[in-house]
Design a protein around this ligand. Structure first.
Ligand code: OSB
Ligand code: MG
Length: 368
């Protein structure tokens, strides 16, 4: 793998409507596009999915940029690699900063797949031609939630996830269930509860949720195991799982019955696939999480979700869920509830250069 240059583009785009959780609102999405070009002129793309502020994990766009330009890119300049798997190994000498690592690592995977004229999904062992699509409703009123659910069901989504917190849970879910008794429904708490809320959380069992995502602290594995013993609803961990070892420990402890895999949160596709493989061997279902991302990250998620263990519709929605116009072409679309896994080399989408130019905040280039 002969890298000739790496370019970083920081872009910003408004969401069609605010994304609300108990932790705050996302109105605009800033992101980092990584373009790795080899000496044959082929380019691979990755996306940094950290937010502008550290509300979801500790990383931000600014910390990711620092890690990329001052640490990770110089490391790669000093230690050339032959295979994408080696990037993960090389970056393991750096603690955490998983979203920065994943931005670069996923671009290397795309480039490698393109240089072998192979779809990325095939390259990593994907077996699915289509993947089931789910969508997230993140709003602060029951009326708006019902209205959005109606719209998304019309668009064909197969599963709905709603955001909950102690001020918006029991009666909110009851109302949704009254309208949609059979809807495949799950709830994401983004760490809004503690073990003191045990009885409150037990009461949610009656809604027959597919799972409850990350009810307790963002870095907890121990107390989720205590909670899982007391509630019927399967617990799914998101924030707590930032590595293969976290996934292994959570499963060994009984802290969860399902894992949401996000490529950025776990530091790249290699680690994401290791978590998938471990869960698949043990019959633990996994699904692909979302990060309000642009099309490049969405395309990487599609490749990942083509692996056989992704047996639950994840948070991979259409480009139009958040964006007027995406940075890839064509847009990701949902048809009859499914997204087609592209067959073209690499991530299988073209880059919408015009859209990147329109939304560009800054860029930098590193020659190798
Ligand atoms: O907790 O899953 C989460 C979006 C941003 C940060 C954290 C989360 C989310 C989502 C997924 O819920 C939204 C999406 O991209 O569809
Ligand atoms: Mg979540």
């Amino acid at each position: 793998m002969k890298i000739a240059s790496i370019e970083l583009f920081v872009i910003q785009m408004p969401l069609k409507s605010p994304f609300l959780t108990h932790l705050g609102a996302v109105n605009d999405r800033e992101g980092i596009i990584v373009k790795v070009t080899n000496t044959d002129g082929l380019s691979g793309f990755g996306e940094g999915v950290a937010f502008s502020t550290p509300w979801y994990t500790e990383e931000t766009v600014a910390t990711s940029l620092h890690m990329l330009k001052d640490i990770l890119i110089p490391l790669l300049q000093k230690h050339p690699i032959n295979r994408p798997e080696e990037a993960s190994q090389l970056f393991s000498s750096i603690r955490r900063n998983n979203m920065a690592k994943a931005a670069l690592e996923t671009a290397i995977w795309d480039l490698d797949a393109k240089s072998h004229s192979e779809p990325l999904s095939k390259m990593i062992g994907g077996t699915r031609e289509i993947i089931a699509s789910g969508v997230v409703v993140a709003t602060d009123s029951t009326a708006k939630a019902l209205q959005q659910i109606e719209q998304y069901l019309e668009e064909g989504y197969q599963r709905v996830k709603v955001k909950i917190n102690p001020n918006q849970d029991y009666s909110f879910l009851a109302e949704i269930r009254r309208h949609y008794p059979d809807l495949p429904l799950m709830a994401d708490a983004n760490s809004a509860y503690t073990l003191k809320d045990m009885d409150h959380l037990k009461a949610l069992d009656e809604f027959n949720l597919l799972m409850i995502e990350q009810p307790l602290a963002h870095d907890d594995i121990i107390e989720h195991a205590v909670l899982q013993k007391e509630i019927q609803t399967p617990i799914c961990l998101d924030e707590s799982i930032v590595s293969f070892d976290d996934a292994r420990k959570a499963i060994e402890f009984g802290s969860c019955k399902v894992i949401n895999i996000k490529v950025g949160r776990v530091g790249g596709l290699y680690e994401a696939k290791r978590i998938h493989d471990y869960c698949y061997e043990r019959g633990i279902p996994v699904w692909s999480g979302g990060m309000i991302e642009f099309g490049i990250s969405r395309a990487h998620n599609i490749a990942l979700a083509s692996l056989p263990g992704f047996s639950i519709p994840g948070d991979i929605s259409a480009s139009s869920r958040f964006w007027e116009e995406d940075i890839i072409a064509p847009d990701v679309t949902v048809e009859n509830g499914y997204i087609t896994v592209p067959k073209a080399p690499g991530i299988g989408f073209e880059i919408n250069e015009k859209r990147i130019q329109e939304t560009l905040l800054s860029k930098r280039r590193f020659a190798f």
